[in-house]
Structures are given as C-alpha cells and as structure tokens.
Design a protein around this ligand. Structure first.
Ligand code: JF5
Length: 424
C-alpha cells in the first residue's frame, strides 16, 4: 500500500514511523509513506499557505489553491488512492474503517493546521475522517493513528497471524483480560481456570469475560451486535453496568406491583419499593412480590432444534433467577418515611413531578453508567414517594406533552425507564 501525507510538518512523522512493529513493517515495505508539503506549491513571495478568514474573526484559514496542488501531486504519486481529510467533523474512525482502508491500493491523508481549511477543500477529497471528539492543533497526530491502524493490518505485519483477529473489536467486543507471571501480584491472583490446561474451558472463560467487559464498559458496542443464544445467555448473568438502580413507587392497588416488578426485571433494576396508599392492600402487595419470585414465567415451547431449545431453557432459568433476586430485594412500605429510611444514602431521580432541577435522560444515563457500582440511585414514581428537602433530588426531564397526564400508571413509567435505560 502506498500512503502519501499532505502536511506542513513531515518531520513530526519521523520517530512514530520508525519505531516498533510499525517501523519494521515500513522498513520491509508492507507499506510506503511519502510526504507532500503544501508550502512547495505556494506561489507568492512569502510562500503563504494560510490567509485571514472572509467575514473577519480570529485565526487563519488554509488556502484552497495550494492544498489543491498538493493533493493533486499526492494523487499522482499514489494512483487510485483514497483521499482522506482529517478533521473533527468527519466520520469517526474505528476498526471497521481501518479494515476497509487496509485493502485500498493507496491512501492520501490531508492534514489541516490553523483554524481549519477553506470550505472548498472538502470537494477535493473522497472522505472526511475524525479520530475522536476532540480538537488537535493539526491533523498530523490523527493521520499517524490511521497509518498505524491500517499498516498493522497489512498481511505479514503482525508476527502472530492470529493476533489481529483476536484483538479488541475484531468480533465487535472488547478483549478478555490477559495475565502472565507471577501467579500472585500484590495480593491479586491469576484466575484459576487459566492455570489449568483445559483449553475449551479457557476459551469459554475468555468469551464470557469479553462479553462482560463490553457490557460493563461499552454497552454501545453490544447494541450493534447480532449475538448468538450462548452469548445472550451469558449476558443475562452479567449485571447492568454502572450504579444500582431501585424503583420506588406509590401504589393504589396491589395489582400494580406485578407490572412494576416486571418493568424492574426488564430494565435490570436491583429492587422495587412500594408505598401503599391504604393499609388494607399491604398484605396483598406483599403476596404479589412473593408470587413474582415463584418462577411465574411460562417455559418456552420445544418448537425448534434440540440445541436451541436447551439454550432457551437455560435463558429462561436465568431470567427466573433474576426475577427472584429482584423479588427478594423488593419491599412494601406503609409510609414514605419507612421507604426513605430503607433507602438512606441513595441519590433520587424523580420520574414524575414538577419540582426540582431537571436533567435529561441521556445525561442521567451517562451519570448512572459512570457512577461506581456501589452507588445507589432511586427512580421515584408517583405522588408522595420523593424525600422532602433532599437537595440532591433531580427531576427526569422530557418533552412536556410526553410527560403529562396521558402517560399515567405503569405505561408512563415504562416510557421514562426506556428513555433512561433503553437502547433506542
Ligand atoms: C484539525 C481543523 C483539522 O483536530 C483534528 C481531529 C480531531 N479528530 N480527528 C481529527 O484534526 C486537526 C483541526 C482543526 C481541521
């Protein structure tokens, strides 16, 4: 593969391209990297490559004419190359893009400097690429990341041919943990399974750890995948990432308990708390919690191949376990004060109401994901359950028409829970 970089600072590339595996790959010409300096095409006596912006304002803009000549020279040197412009507005680079670019005959990487380039430069390239949502002083460091990711995928670059396919992201998942000697380091030991020689068991452990890690750290990646039943089953026994989330709701009728527990199970909450409006329904509400833990899910029908049915039953069992975990942690309270005492130290989010500082579902979801697993949050639903005078209480915001009376009862909570935790 032939790579040409259009840059005012070719010297920045010297050491990154000469060290390590990348240096070696370039030395044996798995790919070649050349440079075109736009300054060589500047025609005025100061050799200017930038100019002040039309309309005024701070900073300088790269001139389209010199960049155009530089890009044309790069295209001539690397016939058939795909031309990329590095900028924060581009599509975000990822491993799939690396794989796609790795099979091109050539690449031209155009690096901007200053505040940016004249808008008409975009017409001269095939694609705009960003390496992440941050701003660099120039495109060079972004170009180096792309060169590294693409060259390491050239055949023969990685000593061990299997290591590229075992990488993080190769199956759309993060990599499993790795260990080497010593077997005990500062009190932390190597997982037992890795010390034994059972390769099937090790493989199963690694697959499961990959799934766990991805669910905990990058749930956004999981949403993209088409997982098989085995993987889905394994995910069901992995906790939801981030902080504990409990539901707290006032109820008028015991029958609401069942539906609210169902929601808590679907969204993987840890527990549901109920405050009864009348003491007469308390015993019945407790009986509903009891019934929920008694494996009320109908077993799946044996309508498909044996292996699939076996897995469906395993998933069903795991789901049943989860329901009983939730039921065991759930409680009925006679008064709001009892609820508040039981959830002392938790951070409260109101899913209904009209007071307190509001926060959008996305920001709250990010907070839940970022919080430590020991933190406990409570999603409060219905009148009278929120703690009075807690300055940390926040209201889950939403558009007014979706948040008013049309969505009362369980359906209203379902809408809010899905906004907070759903994958859509
Ligand atoms: C650049 C104007 C280009 O900052 C970047 C960048 C960030 N992610 N990917 C690329 O490129 C340099 C800065 C300002 C154009």
């Amino acid at each position: 593969m032939r790579i040409e970089v259009v840059t005012l600072f070719p010297e920045l590339f010297e050491s990154p391209l000469s060290a390590g595996l990348l240096g070696k790959a370039l030395k044996v010409e798995r790919a070649t990297v050349g440079f075109v300096d736009p300054r060589a095409y500047a025609e005025d006596k100061h050799r200017s490559v930038d100019d002040s912006p039309y309309g005024g304002g701070a900073g300088m803009v790269m001139k389209p004419d010199v960049l155009a000549l530089a890009i044309e020279e790069a295209r001539t040197r690397a016939p058939g190359a795909r031309v990329l412009l590095l900028c924060p507005q581009g599509r975000v680079f990822d491993q799939n893009m690396a794989r796609r670019l790795a099979v091109e005959p050539g690449l031209v990487l155009v690096c901007g400097r200053y505040e940016g380039f004249d808008e008409r430069v975009r017409e001269l390239v095939d694609e705009e690429v960003s390496v992440g949502d941050f701003v660099l002083t120039g495109g060079e460091l972004a170009a180096m990341s792309i060169i590294d990711a693409v060259v390491r995928l050239q055949p023969g670059t990685l000593g061990n041919a299997s290591s590229a396919s075992a990488d993080s992201f190769s199956g759309g998942l993060l990599e499993h943990p790795h260990y080497t000697r010593p077997p005990e380091f500062r009190g932390a030991s190597v997982p037992e399974v890795l010390l034994g020689g059972d390769h099937a068991k090790i493989e199963a452990w690694r697959n499961n750890e990959s799934l766990r890690r991805t669910k905990m750290r990058r749930p956004d990646l999981l949403a993209e995948l088409d997982l098989d039943l085995e993987a889905r089953r394994s995910l069901l026994s992995t906790p939801r990432p981030g902080a504990e989330l409990h539901l707290a709701s006032s109820i008028e009728e015991a029958a609401e308990v069942r539906a609210l527990l169902e929601l808590a199970a679907v969204y993987e909450l840890q527990a549901a708390h109920f405050v009864v409006a009348h003491s007469e329904i308390r015993a019945e509400a407790e009986a509903e919690i009891e019934r929920f833990s008694e494996a009320a899910l109908p077993r799946p029908l044996p309508r498909r191949a044996k292996a699939a049915v076996k897995l469906e039953h395993a998933i069903h069992e795991r789901r049943t376990d989860r329901r009983s975990e939730i039921a065991q942690a759930s409680r009925v309270h006679a008064r709001p004060e009892d609820l508040h005492a039981a959830l002392d130290g938790a951070r409260w989010i109101l899913a209904s109401g009209d007071s307190g500082p509001t926060m959008g579902p996305r920001a709250l979801r990010a907070e839940l994901l970022g919080a430590s697993a020991e933190a406990r949050y409570v999603l409060a639903w219905g009148p009278g359950v929120e703690p009075k005078g807690d300055p940390g209480v926040r209201l889950l915001s939403g558009r007014a028409e979706q948040l008013d009376s049309g969505n009362t009862g369980v359906a209203g909570l379902a809408v809010r829970l899905d906004r907070l935790l759903g994958e859509g």
